[in-house]
Design a protein around this ligand. Structure first.
Ligand SMILES: [Zn+2]
Length: 409
């Protein structure tokens, strides 16, 4: 195991040597090497979370990326996100003309459980052919890989623009991607998001919707049901109704390209009541709905609410709904889109689906055909001891280089 620190680098792996990852020709030696940049990004905490006490600014990460990109010849803009104080997107561009390629990643990480980590989550640590650190796979590692490729390129000679985007709040509210959409900018014609897909191209994912359903009844002594309105019994009926609705939704649409080929509802949490001898006065249920491309978040949300309101009509129960977070749309880039075909060729793998949400649907709204393709495995993301396989760096550099050649040179 080696702790990788600025100025004191210690490596001891056999198969892929970290020195192999150093550029052959250093055109710009002001900029630190890939591993040093990676360590710097890991060392800058940038948790985003819907719980305000855990949420942090991502400014240090975008400022650092901006500095490196400027040194490489990019025009850099740091865009404050109005909806969220302390949050910023970075938009860097090099090259001339219209269209071009967007390479995009998010700068935030999920919260972490320090006690569970075998390593310092804020220091890049090499062990077992892996680089450990919070956000190593999801997805701070993507940026130093892109920067390392650009180091050997004359970015101002690009005949079509290359945009590097670094967004905020992907793990929580998607405020960064939404602000890009709201700004009405036109960026490239195709985009690659370097989320961890084990270097396989992804052209579709499900959408995500969370909903809180809160039933308010009337508490009273348990000995006489007529003294109250039992919210917990009401919620039992709500769950049964939503189970029926789930079945009908699953019969309505099937997409065999997904491992779970239909929409799902997970009944995640329930709480209510305060004592066995009191009529339960209120009860709260939280659900997670994962839906297929072609289904719309707000239509689904309206259907859920209508089902519940119909059910409790006349019972004396009241209901409140809360969206928890705005949700993530489903995404699908046509299998015959140029970027899908080209990414398949580079990766040597057919495009497929993943079970997590990304910023891709927002990029689609901005008019870009988008593929998700990056190093690292989603199974280690959002976990203690998150890591990026050392062996994934060189193949991702090759893919990135070929993408830039294809769309910008
Ligand atoms: Zn991610």
């Amino acid at each position: 195991m080696g702790f990788i620190n600025k100025g004191a680098i210690e490596y001891n792996n056999r198969d892929v040597s970290v020195s192999d990852l150093k550029p052959k020709i250093i055109m710009n030696n002001k900029i630190p090497g890939l591993i040093e940049q990676f360590n710097t990004l890991i060392s800058l905490p940038s948790v985003s979370c819907i719980e305000p006490q855990l949420d942090m600014s991502n400014h240090a990460v975008v400022a650092q990326l901006g500095e490196w990109l400027e040194d490489l010849g990019f025009k850099v803009e740091i865009m404050p996100v109005e909806e969220k104080a302390g949050k910023f997107n970075l938009i860097a561009v090099a090259g001339k003309g219209e269209g071009g390629l967007v390479l995009s990643g998010h700068t935030d990480t999920v919260p972490y459980d320090e006690a569970g980590w075998n390593y310092d989550p804020f220091k890049l640590t090499e062990a077992d052919q892996r680089l450990y650190g919070l956000g190593s796979a999801d997805m701070k590692g993507f940026f130093p890989i892109v920067l390392d490729v650009l180091r050997d390129m004359r970015v101002n000679d690009f005949i079509k623009p290359l945009y590097i985007l670094a967004t905020c709040d992907e793990e929580s509210t998607m405020a960064g991607a939404k602000a890009l959409v709201a700004s009405g900018r036109s960026l490239g014609e195709v985009a690659v998001i370097g989320e961890p897909t084990c270097l396989k191209p992804v052209n579709m994912h499900k959408g995500i919707l969370y909903e809180t359903i809160r039933l308010i009844g009337k508490a009273g002594h348990s000995s006489d049901p007529s003294l109250g309105i039992n919210a917990l019994e009401g919620m039992n009926d709500v769950i049964n109704r939503l189970l029926e609705w789930r079945t009908s939704m699953q019969q309505r649409a099937v997409n065999d390209k997904f491992k779970v080929p239909y929409a799902t509802i997970n009944f995640g949490t329930i709480s209510g009541g305060d004592s066995p001898n009191r009529i339960c006065g209120n009860c709260e249920l939280r659900i997670d709905l994962r839906f297929l491309p072609g289904m719309e978040i707000e239509l689904l949300r309206a259907e859920i609410r209508r089902e519940v309101m119909e059910l409790i009509d006349g019972t004396g129960l009241k209901v409140e709904f809360d969206r928890i977070f705005p949700g993530v749309p489903a995404m699908e880039t046509p299998a015959d889109a140029d970027i899908v075909k080209y990414a398949e060729k580079l990766a040597g793998e057919p495009a497929s689906s993943v079970a997590f949400g990304t910023e891709a649907p927002y990029f689609k709204t901005m008019g870009m055909d988008t593929v998700v393709l990056g190093p690292g495995n989603i199974e280690v993301a959002h976990q203690i001891n998150e890591y990026l396989e050392l062996a994934s760096i060189e193949p991702m550099k090759n893919i990135t280089r070929e993408l830039i050649k294809q769309y910008c040179m």
